[in-house]
Design a protein around this ligand. Structure first.
Ligand code: SF4
Length: 205
C-alpha cells in the first residue's frame, strides 16, 4: 500500500465508529477543487509504510473501532484487499471512500465482505463530469453506484458543490439518481487555499 497520510483519530468520518483514517497515495482523476494535491501522484514518496500503519492500529485497537481508507483513490492500490484483510483480522470495521472509477475492485470487496461502509463521490451529473474532473469513464461510475445500491452495505453518495460548474438543478439531478436521498450528502466546496495540508503532520506514530 502506498500511504501518504494518517489521521490517528476521528469521531466524525465513519458513522457509528471511532476511527483512524489512512490516505492512500495516487488518484486517477483530477477534480478541479481537490484539497489533497499531495496525494494525486502515484509516483510520490509515501509518508508511511504499511507496517507502520498496522503497528499503529494494533497498538490502538482497544480505543479505535474502525479504519477509513480514503485518498487519493484507494481502489488503485493493488494490495488494498490484502491490507483490508489484515486490518479486519484485528477486529476493525472498514469504511472505503472511492470515486467509483474501479467497480471491479468495489465488487470484489463487497463480495468478500471486506467493507462495512462505502462512501462514493458523485462528482456531477454524468454529462458534466468532464468539466469537474477531466476524463472519466462514467459507465464505470454508474456501475459502482449500482453495485453499492444493490449491496446490503451501508453507504453514502456525496457531491462537492463546485459552483464554478454545478448549479442547483445539477444537484437535484444527482439526488434523483439516488434511490434513497437520505443517503446523499452535499458537501461545501471550500477554497483550496484555505485548506491546510494535514497529511504530513501525523508522522510520529
Ligand atoms: S477523486 Fe478525490 S483525491 Fe482524486 S482528484 Fe478528486 S477530490 Fe482529489
Amino acid at each position: 500500500m502506498k500511504i501518504g497520510g494518517l489521521l490517528k483519530f476521528s469521531m466524525i468520518d465513519f458513522p457509528g465508529y471511532i476511527s483512524a483514517i489512512v490516505f492512500t497515495q495516487g488518484c486517477n482523476i483530477r477534480c478541479k477543487y481537490c484539497h489533497n494535491p499531495e496525494l494525486l501522484s502515484v509516483n510520490s514518496d509515501t509518508n508511511y509504510s504499511e507496517e507502520e500503519i498496522l503497528f499503529y492500529l494494533e497498538k490502538r485497537k482497544k480505543c479505535l473501532e474502525g479504519l477509513v481508507i480514503t485518498g487519493g483513490e484507494p481502489t488503485l492500490q493493488a494490495d488494498l484487499k490484502d491490507f483490508i484483510i489484515k486490518v479486519k483480522a484485528m477486529g476493525y470495521k472498514i469504511k472505503l471512500d472511492t470515486n467509483g472509477t474501479n467497480p471491479q475492485v468495489v465488487k470484489d470487496l463487497i463480495d468478500n465482505n471486506l467493507v462495512d461502509f462505502i462512501a462514493m463521490d458523485i462528482k456531477a451529473p454524468f454529462e458534466k463530469y468532464f468539466q469537474v474532473c477531466g476524463p472519466v469513464d462514467t459507465e464505470k461510475v454508474k456501475e459502482s453506484m449500482s453495485l453499492i445500491i444493490n449491496s446490503k452495505i451501508p453507504y453514502q453518495f456525496r457531491t462537492t458543490y463546485y459552483k464554478e460548474v454545478l448549479n442547483d438543478a445539477d444537484i437535484e439531478a444527482i439526488k434523483a439518481m439516488c434511490p434513497d436521498v437520505s443517503k446523499f450528502k452535499l458537501q461545501e466546496c471550500l477554497p483550496v487555499t484555505e485548506i491546510k495540508p494535514t497529511l504530513k503532520l501525523e508522522h510520529a506514530i
